[in-house]
Write a protein that binds this ligand. Structure first.
Ligand code: ZN
Ligand code: ZN
Ligand code: ZN
Length: 375
C-alpha cells in the first residue's frame, strides 16, 4: 500500500502546477526539472507508480517544451491513467535499451537541472554518464517553495486530514493508559488513524515519563505508569494529504511543575500561532514561540525548530526556524510545535497545523490545548 489515494485534481490543475514549476526553474537559472517517482511527481502529475523499481521513470520539465514523462513500457498503461497524463507526453522505453540515452535528447547537454531529492543515485549517475556536461541541484534546495502555497482544494484536504487526526485524539484520550505499554497505545493510534480515513500512518509517537524528554522517541516497551506525562504525536496521509498533531496528556493528576511546564508550552504555541500572518518571515514564528520558553528560563530545553511544512508529505518546506527569511504567503501550511524537554524527567509538546490566511492563521487542529488527564 503506497497510501496515495488520488486527490481530486484535474489535468488542468496538473498543467498549471507543471507550468509553475517550469517558471520557478527558469527564475532560478535552471534549464529544467527532472522528477522521479515520489511526492514531487505525485503533486506535479498525479502519477504514483504502484512500485518504484530500478527501471527509470522520470518527468522532464523545461521551458518551451511540453512536459515529457519517460516510463518503462510495462508501466506506460498505468501512467496513462494518471490525472495529469493529458497534460504531458509519454515516452516509453523497453528493457534492453539504455533509458538514459533515451532521455538525453530531451536535455540541454550543458544544462543545470533541478532533480527531485529522492531520485535514485543509479539514475542520476546514469544521466551524468549519458550527458557529462550537465549539472544538477537538489530540487528542495533550488525550489524550496515549489509546493508550499496550497490552493483551496489542497487546503480543504489538509483541513479534512487535520479534522480526522483531531477525531483520533478525542478517542485516544478515553482509552486506558496506565498499565499498558507505549507500543499498545501507538497501535491504538495507528488503528484510529486508519479508521478515520487515513490511508497511510507516518508516525505514532507515544513517549511516557522520561521518554517524553526525547523528541525522537517513537514508542517502546515502557509500561505507562500513573503520574506519567505522555507526549502523543501522530499523523499520516488521508486522501493524499498529511496530518500531524501533538498533545501531551497526563495519567492522573499532574504536579504543579508539570502543569507549569505544560502551560508554558501552550503559551509558546499560542505565541507562534499569533505570529502567523502574510509577510511575516518563517523565522518570526520560531522566534515568537521560542521567546516565551526562553523568557521562562527553559530556552536550552527547546531543542528543535518550531515547525515544518505539510502537504503531500508530512514534513517539507517551509521550515519555521531561525535563519529562514522566506515570507509567509496565504495558502502556506505548516506545523507550530514548540516543546520543552527535561532530560530524565518528562517532556511536553503541543502541535497544530496552521494555514496562512489573508490576515493571520487558521488552525487545522482544534482539540483542546489544555492538559488532558487520562486514566
Ligand atoms: Zn506526573
Ligand atoms: Zn508531529
Ligand atoms: Zn510535526
Amino acid at each position: 500500500m503506497n497510501g496515495t489515494t488520488p486527490a481530486p485534481f484535474t489535468a488542468d490543475d496538473h498543467r498549471d502546477r507543471m507550468a509553475r514549476a517550469v517558471r520557478q526553474a527558469a527564475e532560478a537559472g535552471l534549464a529544467g526539472l527532472l522528477v522521479a517517482p515520489g511526492p514531487d511527481l505525485t503533486w506535479l502529475t498525479g502519477y504514483t507508480p504502484t512500485a518504484e523499481t530500478e527501471r527509470l521513470t522520470l518527468l522532464v520539465l523545461a521551458p518551451e517544451r511540453d512536459p515529457v514523462l519517460v516510463v518503462p513500457t510495462l508501466e506506460a498503461p498505468d501512467a496513462e491513467r494518471a490525472p495529469g497524463a493529458p497534460a504531458l507526453t509519454l515516452r516509453d522505453w523497453t528493457d534492453g535499451k539504455d533509458p538514459y540515452a533515451a532521455t538525453a535528447d530531451l536535455l540541454d547537454p550543458a544544462g543545470r537541472y533541478g532533480i527531485s531529492d529522492n531520485t535514485w543515485a543509479l539514475h542520476l549517475l546514469g544521466l551524468q554518464r549519458a550527458l557529462p556536461g550537465t549539472s544538477y541541484a537538489s530540487l528542495t534546495e533550488a525550489l524550496p517553495m515549489l509546493r508550499a502555497v496550497k490552493d483551496p482544494a489542497e487546503l480543504a484536504l489538509l483541513a479534512a486530514a487535520g479534522a480526522a487526526a483531531d477525531a483520533v485524539f478525542e478517542e485516544i484520550r478515553t482509552v486506558t493508559f496506565a498499565g499498558r505499554r507505549e507500543s499498545d497505545v501507538a497501535a491504538d493510534l495507528a488503528a484510529l488513524l486508519l479508521r478515520y480515513g487515513h490511508s497511510r500512518v507516518d508516525f505514532t509517537i507515544v513517549a511516557a515519563g522520561p521518554n517524553g524528554a526525547d523528541p525522537h522517541h517513537e514508542a517502546g516497551d515502557r509500561v505507562i505508569a500513573h503520574g506519567d506525562m505522555v507526549v502523543l504525536d501522530f499523523g499520516g496521509l488521508k486522501d493524499g494529504y498529511g496530518s500531524d498533531t501533538s498533545r501531551t496528556v497526563h495519567v492522573g493528576e499532574p504536579t504543579d511543575e508539570e502543569r507549569r511546564v505544560h502551560d508554558l508550552v501552550r503559551a509558546a504555541q499560542e505565541a507562534g500561532f499569533h505570529a502567523v500572518r502574510p509577510g511575516a518571515a518563517c523565522q518570526d514564528v520560531d522566534r515568537a514561540a521560542r521567546a516565551v520558553i526562553a523568557d521562562a528560563g527553559h530556552g536550552e530545553h527547546f531543542i528543535h525548530r518550531t515547525g515544518h511544512g505539510i502537504g503531500v508529505t508530512t514534513h517539507e518546506p517551509p521550515y519555521m526556524v531561525e535563519g529562514e527569511e522566506q515570507p509567509l504567503v496565504p495558502g502556506m501550511c505548516f506545523s507550530v510545535e514548540p516543546g520543552v524537554y527535561l532530560p530524565g524527567r518528562f517532556g511536553v509538546r503541543i502541535e497544530d497545523i496552521v494555514a496562512v490566511t489573508g490576515d493571520g492563521g487558521r488552525r487545522l487542529n482544534n482539540t483542546t490545548r489544555d492538559m488532558v488527564i487520562v486514566d
